[in-house]
Ligand binder design. Structure first.
Ligand SMILES: [Zn+2]
Length: 169
């Protein structure tokens, strides 16, 4: 039986992760999506967990990512790395430059090169094509698979297949 670990994005105290008008907070919206996905997967009978359900922790932004990986990797040790997957749910509302970005769509990242995470990303892209009709699905087809590649800390340092998704709304 597969164990699905859902990753929330950032903490309340993470700087710069909100819209310029301060009405949209990535940590908050991510947790809303994660909670919905969690409930759906539970309903379908999956083993599902959330890495950091708390909105804030008494740790710095630097410590946060290592803390998340430790949680994910503890599940891997407990249930077996081959039996776990990690899906980190981010919301790309602000581009990090303080301006409001109007792009809508969806994209998923794996670490660079061919890894077990590519298979997971493929599944997510297939599901996105079916379920996000009319929305932009962003792909990088230069390496013959649809996912984009970046060595984000949480997907690089998780033992199990791990994908980071950016969900526009
Ligand atoms: Zn983010």
């Amino acid at each position: 039986m597969i164990h699905i670990i859902l990753g929330t994005a950032h903490l309340k105290s993470t700087p710069g992760k909100c819209s310029p008008d301060k009405k949209f907070f990535e940590y908050l919206y991510s947790r809303k999506i994660v909670n919905k996905v969690y409930a759906k997967l539970k309903e379908k009978g999956y083993n599902v967990y959330i890495d950091v359900p708390e909105e804030d922790l008494k740790i710095t932004s630097n410590q946060e990512l290592a803390y998340r990986c430790k949680i994910v990797n503890n599940y891997c040790k407990k249930f077996g790395t081959a039996n776990c997957i990690y899906v980190s749910i981010h919301v790309n509302a602000a581009g990090g430059d303080g301006k409001w970005h109007t792009a809508t769509g969806w994209e998923a990242y794996t670490t660079r090169g061919v890894t077990k995470s590519d298979k997971l990303a493929d599944c997510l892209y297939k599901a996105a094509e079916v379920n996000l009709k009319g929305k932009k699905i962003r792909k990088d087809l230069s390496d013959k698979d649809p996912d984009k590649e970046a060595n984000f800390y949480v997907i690089k340092h998780s033992y199990c297949p791990a994908v980071l998704t950016e969900n526009f709304f």
